[in-house]
Design a protein around this ligand. Structure first.
Ligand code: SF4
Length: 188
């Protein structure tokens, strides 16, 4: 049984069992936050801006999001790589994102079952999808605040720099979909 999340080897095993291509444990102080990325959320290409409690503007300002992460010292980074016929087609990449999020939850559950101290939270590769339809769309309060997650973009985390930091390939284009999620832990 692992009694600490500093047991990196076990974390990598769990990531592989969950179906991830790769995983890394990093220091949160090495993450690069780019508040200007918020403009990309506001452009709303994904259609979730203002429709999901985990997304801007409801999730918080870039500064608040960064502050939330920086309450913790470490993060596990999970990477999935999935061949697709056209990476620019959201109808193909949406189900891949969904699967990546499920894999992240599965890995977190296994870490908890291993006895690791789960004092942190996940950062996903897409909007919170814990409910079939986000309660925000029905003007109702979020019924599962403890399960709510936001994506890397909402945190304004630079995914390209994250991939470099983890020595992971960041292929995006053509026929390969690479997604990342994090679990931040070790509260200061
Ligand atoms: S837990 Fe449900 S209601 Fe809350 S943000 Fe996630 S999808 Fe929306």
């Amino acid at each position: 049984m692992c009694d600490t999340m500093t047991d990196k080897n076990r974390i990598y095993e769990i990531a592989a069992e969950a179906g991830f291509e790769d995983a890394a444990v990093i220091n949160t102080e090495d993450l690069q936050f780019v508040p200007e990325f918020r403009v990309l959320c506001e452009e709303n290409d994904c259609g979730n801006y203002g429709k999901n409690y985990g997304c801007p503007p409801a999730c918080g300002t870039p500064q608040e999001m960064q502050g939330r992460v920086m309450q913790y010292r470490k993060a596990v980074v999970f990477q999935s790589k999935t061949p697709v016929t056209d990476v620019m087609d959201p109808s193909l990449t949406k189900p891949i994102k969904k699967r990546h999020i499920q894999q992240t939850r599965r890995a977190m559950q296994q870490m908890a079952e291993d006895g690791m101290k789960m004092d942190g939270f996940a950062i996903m590769c897409g909007p919170c999808n814990f409910c079939a339809v986000c309660a925000m769309e029905e003007n109702k309060p979020c019924p599962h605040e403890d399960m709510r997650t936001s994506c890397l973009s909402a945190y304004c985390i630079n995914a390209t720099e994250l991939a470099k930091l983890c020595n992971m390939e960041m292929e995006w284009g053509g026929t390969m979909a690479c997604f990342f999620s994090l679990y931040v832990f070790d509260r200061k």
